[in-house]
Design a binder for this molecule. Structure first.
Ligand code: ZN
Length: 268
């Protein structure tokens, strides 16, 4: 593809991503409440003031409204511009990494779903089944488009391994702590993430996800102003972050590790 044309695609793709991010905010707010995502039009949850188009421009509106509703002055959560930015970043990074390919589309579909799933889990401690499906089903189709039957088979294998591993971990954790240490939703979520990962990435996914869970826990403690010991472990956001990073950068990460280890491998 022509380089200039690709740059245009990057700009428009990112703008589209910001707009989808704005829609994801609606999803994050309404899906856990069982509300329709198309009706009624977006409104302030505090005063029902209907959001006009110029109050709905990704990131910019948040800045010129100075994080306040123009109707009642209620504070608008930081989550809105953050999710919008993430929606755009997902497109930008996927296109830069994979070019105009099915892999890029997979990175985008995976990223958008995981933003919604991660945020909803973070805010409500639930994992809506509908979003696990909109993550997993297109993932299977894209695996087939990327790697034909082998790709599809590897996706199912990864989903099974990760789902099984978390199912077993949950059984053991619940038996030893006598309380719910991990939600059932985390099992279906991790299986749906597995659809996007080659089995060879699974050990590194678990490592990346653990580090991401720790980062999410620290962020949780910071935003809720509690001690790290009182933190409810937010598995969802950690799994979401770890899974997406591995999908986009897994190859480079593995390559980097091999490069670091090379001088110490005796068969090198
Ligand atoms: Zn308001």
């Amino acid at each position: 593809m022509d380089e200039a044309l690709f740059d245009v695609l990057l700009v428009f793709g990112t703008i589209l991503g910001l707009m989808v991010g704005s829609f994801l905010n609606v999803v994050i707010h309404r899906v856990p409440r069982g509300e329709s995502i198309v009706y009624p039009a977006s409104h302030c949850p505090n005063c029902d003031h209907v959001i006009r188009w110029w109050e709905n421009i990704p990131v910019l509106s948040y800045l010129f409204l100075r994080a306040r509703c123009s109707g009642c002055g209620a504070a608008i959560s930081m989550r809105y511009p953050v999710v919008e930015l993430l929606g755009g970043l997902v497109v930008l990074i996927s296109l830069l990494e994979f070019g105009l390919t099915w892999s890029a589309l997979a990175g985008i579909v995976m990223g958008w779903n995981l933003i919604a799933l991660g945020m909803i889990d973070f805010e409500t401690k639930t994992v809506p089944d509908i979003l696990v499906l909109t993550l997993g089903i297109p993932g299977l189709i894209l695996s087939f488009l990327i790697g034909s039957w082998t790709g599809l088979m590897l996706s199912v294998l990864s989903a099974g391994i990760l789902g099984g591993f978390f199912w077993l971990t949950r059984k053991i954790a619940n038996a030893s702590f006598g309380e719910e240490a991990m939600g059932e939703g985390d099992i279906t979520l991790v299986a749906a993430i597995g659809v996007y990962l080659h089995p060879i990435f699974l050990p590194m996914f678990l490592l990346t996800a653990s580090v991401s869970v720790l980062i999410a826990a620290l962020f949780w403690a910071w935003t809720k102003k509690t001690s790290i010991r009182d933190v409810e472990i937010p598995f969802g956001p950690g799994l979401a972050l770890g899974g997406w990073v591995l999908f986009v950068a897994g190859k480079s990460m593995m390559g980097g590790l091999m490069h670091l280890a090379a001088p110490f491998l005796n068969n090198y």
